[in-house]
Write a protein that binds this ligand. Structure first.
Ligand SMILES: *Cc1c(COP(=O)(O)O)cnc(C)c1O
Length: 412
């Protein structure tokens, strides 16, 4: 199917759907859930070599290799990121691990953003550096020159994330793509925070994109999954081999079904996430108990211009610095009723968390300080609820802080 001239909203609903395709002879308008672990073969002489089995032609052998429901999802993810190939994994972590494993060898050098998702940073340090003899340099990639300075003849892979977690820092995808290109290094981007609706790194020159599908792609906080998307044939072959054989990690049919369903509303959800995040950022920026707000959509964001250039929207995640101490932060968080205290982002419900004590607790105090993650930095994942209810809830949080510091009334 030619998907090049169809709009994102259309692809989100239809890419990968074939009402009279494989296994849906009844004409199901949505991809059916294929739970089978194995598939009946046409005959004894069927060629089972990986490169000769074609899921696009409805050929399936065994569900670790390929499965019709997962294949429908992979087809749609490729269309949405503007790539030729997509592979779905059981988590974002597995997707990122497999993408990196498919490129680097012992002795290689990797340049990575110092502000990566904490799990990815630990993976690079404790698996790739410590066990696989890969040398990793972490740089402040908000400065493109720092990336350029870190690249060596040995650099095989450049791994970035933008916007980052939890400070919403950006790196210049097109500029870093050129640096990686000159160095003959593969350039990968974790596009989880923006989602393909707001940012498509492959169009900006990245070689490979990874996602935690757990977040916006699924969007309903009821599945864990990941994806790798690329148009590089050799890399796709390597990632696919590792997905099917080298690692043997793939998204299960039921989770593939959930992400397929979630994706249909990705554009509408992203617009409402963004509307809420922008309103919250504005509200917080004007609040006396807040010293800093980090959201790429704010003109005060140091990289607002870059965000306007490389993104189609600013997303639904922001963070802010509370005036006061960690006990004020605790009072604030405990007073909230609409925002749920939880890690993760990208679901339809609003979540809030304290990175220093939750998502970034595994980092050392020194690493946190270097990344600007203080004990009073709060991260918000704006859901799709009514904006006014979310703002009123934050007001409740600030009231709780004010009461804490108010002198106790004499007649009490
Ligand atoms: C959540 C997340 C991951 C890890 O994905 P899992 O699905 O939890 O394994 C990686 N990168 C980013 C930016 C994330 O938010």
């Amino acid at each position: 199917m030619d998907e090049t001239d169809r709009a994102f909203e259309t692809l989100a609903v239809t890419a990968g759907e074939e009402p009279f395709g494989t296994g849906s002879e009844a004409g199901d308008v949505i991809s059916p859930l294929h739970l089978a672990s194995t598939f009946a073969l046409p005959g004894l002489d069927t060629d089972l070599s990986l490169e000769d089995v074609d899921p696009d032609a409805g050929e399936f052998v065994y569900s670790r290799l390929s499965n019709p429901t997962r294949h429908a999802l992979e087809t749609r993810l490729a269309a949405l990121e503007g790539g030729d190939h997509a592979m779905a994994f059981s988590s974002g972590t597995a997707a990122i691990f497999t993408a990196i494993l498919s490129v680097v060898e012992p002795g290689d050098h990797v340049v990575a953003f110092d502000d990566l998702y904490a799990g990815t940073r630990r993976m690079l340090e404790e698996v790739f550096e410590t066990r696989l003899d890969v040398d990793v340099t972490f740089v402040d990639a908000t400065e493109t020159t720092a990336v350029e300075a870190a690249v060596t003849d040995e650099t095989a892979f450049v791994w970035m994330e933008t916007p980052t977690n939890p400070r919403l820092e950006l790196c210049d995808i097109a500029a870093i793509a050129e640096i990686a290109d000159r160095a003959n290094a593969t350039f990968g981007v974790d596009n989880t925070f923006a989602s393909p609706y707001f940012q498509r790194p492959l169009e900006l020159g990245a070689d490979v994109v990874a996602h935690s599908a757990t977040k916006y792609l699924n969007g309903h906080s009821d599945a864990v999954g990941g994806a790798v998307i690329t148009s590089d044939e050799a890399l796709a072959e390597q990632v696919q081999f590792n997905q099917q054989v080298g690692v043997g990690d793939m998204l299960a049919p039921f989770d593939s079904y959930l992400v397929l369903r979630g994706l249909k509303t990705l554009p509408m959800r992203m617009r409402q996430h963004e509307r809420n995040a922008a309103a919250i950022a504005d509200y917080l920026e004007g609040h006396e108990a807040v010293t800093d707000v980090y959201y790429p959509g704010l003109e005060s964001h140091p990289q607002h211009d870059l965000a306007c250039e490389q993104m189609d929207g600013f997303g639904g995640i922001l963070s802010f610095e509370l005036a006061g101490d960690v006990d004020d932060a605790a009072s604030f968080l405990e007073a909230l009723k609409e925002f749920t205290l939880a890690v993760s982002v990208g679901g339809v419900e609003s979540l809030i968390e304290l990175p220093a004590g939750m998502t970034h607790e595994p980092l050392s105090q020194a690493e946190r300080e270097e990344l600007g993650i203080t004990d009073t930095l709060i991260r918000v994942s704006a859901g799709v609820e009514a904006t006014d209810d979310l703002l009123a809830d934050l007001e409740r949080g600030f009231d709780a802080i004010a009461q804490r510091s108010a002198p106790i009334a004499e007649d009490d």
